[in-house]
Design a protein around this ligand. Structure first.
Ligand code: FE2
Length: 395
């Protein structure tokens, strides 16, 4: 069964804080053809294609599909006219994440507070109401092309109703015939919520955005990795993790660092019109082996981990005092990465890019106490990524 984040519910809240975040409301993608992309994410990752908004429901400028799994909600959106922003952005960046949307008590108050804290407006408050309830949205601009939309929900559109599959808001209709939904219910992939969400920013801009998240949204620095942590012979990066508090969302921010060859961050920026954006979404599962097995069965391509990785990994985790309970042979067969810190261990694996450009990918992660991000795997991961970059002629 799906779980929410341990502390994502409104307990111990300072209700007067307009920037108190309750959840990742949804992650919105701009796509060239959302109708077809919905099949890709439904088949490969087991999402339910639940609701839609398009010409038939009165949406004249966009077609949107709400995909849900556990407490993960993705909106795939396409512009229907040549002058729509989504159409321009798909030309410029390819398919990818436009908006990391956050649920708050009062979207207008959150927006105004964020603007007072120094944010630039994405769009001003929009209120949509029908006989079932009200949804208010307003957005600020984050790095590059990314927005954070604040969403507040009332009536039947409340967060708890939406978490369990209720109508998403005015204008959304339930999909009534999508046979893959039944298949996915019978063959669950086990993805539960967005564990973290990583942004790539330009060289020298990491600290700027770390400060921005701190000043505008009240995030705190969670962990600090520098290039000494994350480097191979050829490439390196710097990363700082910003934490929203209350376990809602962690947002690592990467910038490229000097290396002999092109880093994965630079490759991303090259293919993303030299513009910062979301590099990966980490989706949490409680059963890494099941999830990765099921995703592989469905045809998801993951980064290839050399078998030699497993010669050292168990010793590395044991040295930190942890015994990996999951079947070691199955972990190696499935090519899953393992890392540990002083709080426990984690299992993780990264997909190949989810679209033709080498930009956005997913991470599938399971935590056994560890609250870090797989620092010990960066070297193994980057060596694997570099082999893929070389195959594309981009190293
Ligand atoms: Fe990650």
């Amino acid at each position: 069964m799906s779980q929410t984040r341990p502390s994502s519910d409104p307990v111990e809240i300072d209700a007067s804080d307009p920037l108190r975040l309750h959840d990742v409301d949804h992650v919105r993608f701009y796509c060239g053809n959302a109708k077809q992309a919905a099949y890709f994410y439904a088949w490969n990752f087991g999402f339910q294609v639940e609701q839609y908004r398009d010409l038939t429901t009165g949406s004249r400028d966009t077609a949107s599909y709400l995909l849900r799994q556990g407490n993960i909600r993705l909106i795939l959106e396409t512009g229907l006219t040549a002058d729509h922003e989504a159409a321009h952005e798909v030309v410029t960046y390819g398919d990818g994440v436009k908006d990391v949307s956050l649920t708050v008590n009062d979207a207008e108050a959150a927006y105004e507070q964020a603007i007072r804290n120094g944010a630039e407006s994405g769009y001003e408050p929009i209120e949509e109401t029908d006989e079932h309830g009200t949804v208010v949205r307003a957005a600020i601009r984050s790095y590059g092309r990314v927005l954070h939309t604040f969403v507040s929900r009332k009536g039947d559109y409340g967060l708890n109703a939406v978490r369990s599959g209720g109508r998403f808001g005015p204008g959304w209709e339930k999909v009534d015939h999508f046979p893959l939904n039944e298949y996915n219910r019978q063959n669950p992939c086990g993805l539960e919520f967005v564990d973290h969400l990583v942004g790539n920013v330009e060289l020298g801009k990491m600290d700027h955005w770390v400060e921005w998240y701190s000043e505008v949204l009240g995030f705190k620095l969670f962990k600090h990795f520098d290039e000494a942590d994350i480097s191979t012979e050829y490439t390196s990066l710097m990363s700082k993790v910003m934490d929203s508090g209350f376990g809602v969302i962690k947002m690592p921010i990467n910038e490229p660092a000097e290396g002999r060859r092109k880093s994965q961050i630079e490759e991303y920026l090259d293919w993303h019109n030299d513009t910062p954006g979301v590099q990966h979404l980490a989706l949490r599962t409680d059963d890494e082996l099941h999830s990765v097995h099921e995703l592989r069965r469905r045809g998801v391509n993951f980064l290839k981990v050399p078998q030699s990785y497993y010669d050292e990994v168990w010793k590395r985790v044991e040295a930190l005092g942890w015994d990996v309970k999951e079947d070691h042979e199955k972990i190696a067969d499935l090519g899953i990465l393992v890392d540990a810190d002083d709080e426990g261990y984690l299992l993780q694996l990264f997909t190949q890019p989810l679209q033709d450009r080498p930009t956005l990918f997913f991470e599938i992660i399971s935590r056994r106490g560890s609250q870090s991000f797989g620092k010990g795997n960066f070297k193994a991961l980057f060596e694997a990524i570099e082999r893929e970059q070389a195959r594309r002629g981009n190293l």
